[in-house]
Design a protein around this ligand. Structure first.
Ligand SMILES: [Fe+2]
Length: 635
């Protein structure tokens, strides 16, 4: 009897240990093999040096905030399902004959959010306040702004209303429509609806539909519709039909490459939230400054807007919080994006991370996994519609620990190029597979801020070579969030790290061969020495404007630099403009400071006037409309 009991005990213990080992093995398998020292503990927690993966659960996430309000007798009711949530909803109608750039016209009253609920009284918006004409048609578009108890703006939304009392919410475009991937013969129109529908876009009497619909986690539908067979350099009106609603705007297709007609494009970056309250921080983004950037760019009739990194505060471990911040950025410039493309590159603040809580302020952070569903790269690609002509990933590089298996995040839509007439824009990502905790990278694995990994560099080299051979392309711009030469704010990182070449990625426990300054030099060698067409590096990260003319005389190395040095074969521009609203940095002294021809801490919109071979740069403060400088950068 005793013997049997012992056997059962041993068997039970064996089965428990076996089950635990199997569970651990399953968790272990989910951790990308490019990381190291990140393991499951005996309780099934994923840990790094005993620090557990933190599991924050913020309330301000898109899933909780962009809710579908319900109709009521007097108007519409928001129920945020959180009795602790207090605040205010401001609201107003959009005009029935909307201006070119539709805006909410705020009403003279507001609705308190009490115990997570608020009701907007539409019936009050009648008579002289009924600019939407709902009393006659039973239809209106309402704009609303959610603020919390402290007056911080959390989200600006829009929703269609139906009825004259009782009211209900109708099928609505709650984000967009946006014009993307503008080329000579096609564009992509994207938008999100609050309910399932089968919309189409009408251009020149032809209906375009999308076979693919993507439903996000909230059950909203993301639509992306390609409009093709268009003529180059032609203005088209487009109408989005959804249910029995429609909305019209216009776009202009690109001219054929090499047409060499004059055009303008805009550049800025770094619009994450600033101090000062109000619209300088619409949950994660400086909407005040960025909206002025967009409005001025449209006034100057730019063909496209290039924005390279740090749209939002980011650094969240929550996908839905990141989505809320992206939604705020997009919604803010949406009226302008109805007409021209905003082409977006990634920066460090687009980071979406797994955080190991080791008791320090930020913990130890690495790019979130699974990479295919949850990485910063994937969520960025889900939020924007960029070209898909970049490299695949860092798989199959020399340091890939397991060929034939995807171990790295994708470059899809975060590294790419596009052309417009005689200009090519190459958009890079120096925050790919980004691990923000630089000092822990040797232990965790990951890529430090500013480092261009091997496959991306190889793709850049091939892409530049192809443009060199293309006689229709005269000018190539390379845009990357981190400057090769920081000038104010980022001397301690970017591609300099106070002159330390030791910084580099670690893959599966192995630091890679080349350090950050060696990699910077390989990068410069491609864009300066191997090609005459690359006009400038367009960078951000530093929250100021600086124009640096790099020449062979510019000092670019730290003292006692032991590795091979490059010679700069021709004068070359690095223009940094991270002045779209993030908190400012002043100028710092660095070896190349004498080559800095202009430095400003004003908000700055860069406008490139391309006229055949000549390129003039005009820089304007979009807040005050003060001219910062005008300089011919190529003639
Ligand atoms: Fe940055």
């Amino acid at each position: 009897m005793k013997k049997h009991f012992l056997i059962i005990c041993f068997l039970s213990i064996y089965l428990i240990i076996n089950a635990q080992t199997e569970a651990k093995h399953q968790i272990y398998k989910q951790i990308p093999i490019v990381y190291s020292n990140i393991i499951p503990d005996d309780s099934g927690n994923i840990v790094f040096n005993n620090a557990k993966l933190s599991n924050l659960n913020p309330f301000y996430i898109l899933g909780n905030i962009r809710i579908n309000p319900k109709g009521s007798e007097k108007g519409i009711v928001f129920d945020f399902q959180n009795t602790d949530f207090k605040g205010t909803i401001y609201y107003g109608l959009l005009s029935k004959e909307p201006p070119k750039y539709p805006q909410t016209v705020f009403f003279n009253s507001n609705s308190p959010i009490r115990k997570g609920k608020a009701e907007i009284n539409i019936a009050e918006l009648k008579g002289r306040y009924d600019i939407a004409g709902w009393e006659e048609t039973g239809k209106a578009k309402l704009g609303y702004r959610i603020t919390n108890y402290y007056g911080k703006i959390i989200y600006d939304g829009k929703i269609n209303i139906e009825g004259t009392g009782p009211f209900k919410t109708g099928l609505s475009i709650i984000e967009g429509p946006f014009v993307n991937r503008v080329s000579e013969h096609s564009v992509h129109i994207s938008f999100i609806t609050n309910e399932p529908c089968s919309p189409y876009v009408e251009v020149n009497g032809k209906e375009y539909r999308s076979p693919n619909k993507m439903m996000n986690m909230k059950g909203e539908l993301i639509h992306e519709i390609k409009i093709d067979h268009l003529s180059p350099a032609t203005k088209y009106k487009y109408t989005v039909h959804f249910g029995d609603n429609k909305e019209s705007h216009a776009f202009l297709t690109s001219p054929l490459t090499g047409t060499r007609k004059p055009f303008v494009f805009a550049f800025t970056s770094d619009s994450r939230a600033g101090q000062g309250g109000g619209e300088r921080d619409i949950y994660g983004t400086n909407a005040y400054v960025m909206k002025k950037m967009a409005a001025l760019a449209l006034k100057k009739e730019v063909a496209f807007f290039q924005f390279t990194g740090d749209m939002i505060d980011g650094y969240s471990s929550s996908i839905s919080e990141t989505n809320l911040q992206y939604a705020n950025w997009k919604r803010n410039v949406e009226p302008f994006w109805h007409y021209i493309p905003f082409n977006i590159g990634m920066g460090n603040h687009e980071a979406l991370v797994n955080i190991f809580d080791d008791g320090t302020k930020y913990g130890v952070q690495v790019d979130k996994w699974p990479f295919t569903t949850s990485s910063a790269e994937r969520i960025f690609a889900d939020n924007f519609v960029n070209p898909t002509n970049g490299p695949v990933s860092e798989d199959d590089s020399d340091y890939d620990p397991k060929p034939n298996q995807q171990d790295f995040p994708s470059y899809d839509e975060n590294v790419f190029y596009y052309t417009y007439d005689n200009v090519a824009m190459v958009v890079l990502n120096s925050n790919y597979w980004y691990a923000p905790s630089t000092s822990s990278i040797r232990e965790t694995g990951g890529n430090p801020h500013g480092y261009i990994m091997d496959n991306q560099l190889k793709w850049l080299k091939e892409t530049i070579e192809n443009f060199d051979k293309n006689s229709n392309i005269d000018h190539v711009f390379v845009t990357i969030h981190t400057p090769a030469f920081p000038n104010g704010g980022h001397a301690g990182d970017d591609m300099w790290y106070n002159g330390s070449n030791s910084v580099r990625p670690t893959v599966a426990g192995q630091p890679v061969e080349k350090g950050i300054i060696q990699r910077r030099d390989e990068f410069l060698n491609i864009v300066i020495n191997k090609s005459d067409k690359v006009v400038a590096l367009l960078c951000g990260d530093e929250h100021n404007y600086s124009r640096l003319k790099l020449t062979k005389k510019t000092e670019i190395y730290p003292e006692n630099y032991f590795w091979k040095k490059i010679k700069i074969s021709r004068p070359f521009w690095q223009i940094t403009n991270g002045s779209a609203g993030a908190p400012y940095y002043g100028q710092q002294q660095l070896p190349w400071s004498e080559s800095v021809e202009k430095f400003s801490t004003q908000y700055a919109l860069m406008l490139f006037y391309v006229d055949g071979n000549k390129i003039t740069l005009k820089v304007i403060n979009p807040d005050t409309l003060e001219d910062i400088e005008e300089v011919i950068i190529k003639e």
